[in-house]
Design a protein around this ligand. Sequence first.
Ligand code: PLP
Length: 427
Amino acid sequence: MAVRGEGIYLFDEDGRRYVDACGGAAVSCLGHGHPEVVAAVAEQTARLEFIHTGFFTNDAAEELARTMAEQSPGSLDRVWFTGSGSEAIEAALKLARQYHLERGDTGRGRVITRRQSYHGNTLGALAVGGSVWRKLPYEPLLIHVAAVDPCFEYRLAEPGESSEAYGRRAAQALEDEIVRLGPETVIAFLAETVVGATAGAVPPSGDYLKYVREICDRHGVLLILDEVMCGSGRTGTFLSCEQDGVAPDIVTLGKGLGAGYQPIGAVICTSKIYDTVANGSGALKHGQTYNAHPVGCAAGLAVQGVIKREGLLDRVSEAGGRLASLLSSRFGSHPNVGDIRGRGLLLAMELVADRETKAPFDPALAIHQRAKRDAFDRGLLIYPGGGTIDGGRGDHILLAPPYNVTDGELEMIVDLLAQTVESILPS
Ligand SMILES: Cc1ncc(COP(=O)(O)O)c(C=O)c1O
C-alpha cells in the first residue's frame, strides 16, 4: 500500500522507501509531490472543476494546447484532449478515417501497425497494437489490422548491416505492405516513435522515420506516431520524432503530459487535417464526457511550466546520456546483458541467456518478473517486460526516471539495479 510520494521516492504504509526509477510506466516525469503542480490542480479544482465541451472550452485547455502546438514540428497545431493514452489512440484512428471520408476517399478502411508495439488496452487501441499476449484472449472482439515488423536493429538487422541500410530496409517493409493491400485501402500507418513497453526502449535506426514519412506521402497514407510513452519531453524534446526530423500527421500523447498528477492524454493533428474536417462536416464524430477536462489540462499546463522554467528538456538529454554511460560501464560486458538502448530518459537493457548468440532465456524462468520482484524488495522500482522479441520470448528492464533526477539519484538507481542483476543473474 503506497501512502506518500516525494521527489523520486515513494513510501508504503510501513514507512519503507522505494526509489521510483520508472515513474510507474514512464508517467511521473517530475517525480512525486511537486508543489507547483499540486497547487495548480487545487486552484483549478476550486475555480472551475468541470465543464462539458458541448457548452464551453476552458482557459487551461486553450493555454495548454497553445503550448503544445508551439513545441510541435511541422503544422501540428490542433489539439484534442482525452483522459488517457488509449483514448487518444481511439480518437486518432477515428480522426484519420474521418479525414479521408471528408475528402470523398471512402475506400480507405485499413490501418497498418507494427508487431511488438503497444497502443493501449481499450478494444480499438488493443487491436492496433502488436502485443500478442495482451490481445490473445480478446481476439474475437478486435478489428483486423495489417502489421509489419518493427524497426528493431538489435534483433532484426542482418549481421554486418549498417543502421542506415537496416532502417531503409525496415521502412521498405511498410511500402511493400501498402502496395500489397492496395494504397487506396489504407487509412494510416501507426507506430511508436520509440517502442516502449513491448520491446523495451527501441529507437528507430538511421533514417527509418524519414523513409516512412516519404512512403506514407507517396501513397496518401496518414502517419500517426504514438508518443504516449516517449513524448512530452521524455526523450529530450517535446516530441521525440523531432530528433528524427519528421513531423507526423497525427501524434498521440499521455503519461508525462500530466506527469501522473491528473489523468490526461492528447491528440495533436495538422491544420490540414483539422481544416478538412472543420470545412467539411464540421466536427469529429467523437467525444467523451471528460474531453479537455479543466483539472487535467491545468495539471498539464503546470507540468509544462516547470519543464520550461527549469530547462528540463536539456536536463533529460544530459541525464539520459549520464544514465546510459553508467549502465554501459556497469553492465556493458555482463554476459547476460545483450543490449543497452533507448533515447533520453527512456532506456532499457535486454537480458539474454547468451550474449554472443543473443539467445533469450527460457520464458518459463520469467526473468523479467524475478528482476522486478528482487528490485522491489531492495526498494527500487523498475518496469521490466517479457516477450521482448516476439511476444513470447525475451526479457528487458525499462528505466524512466523523472526529468529532474539528480546525478546522485542516477548512481543510486544503477547501484541498486546492479545488486538485482547480480542476485538473479550472477556473472
Ligand atoms: C505507447 C503507448 N501508447 C498508448 C498507451 C496507452 O495509454 P493508457 O494506459 O494511458 O491508456 C501506452 C501505455 O502504456 C503506451 O505506452
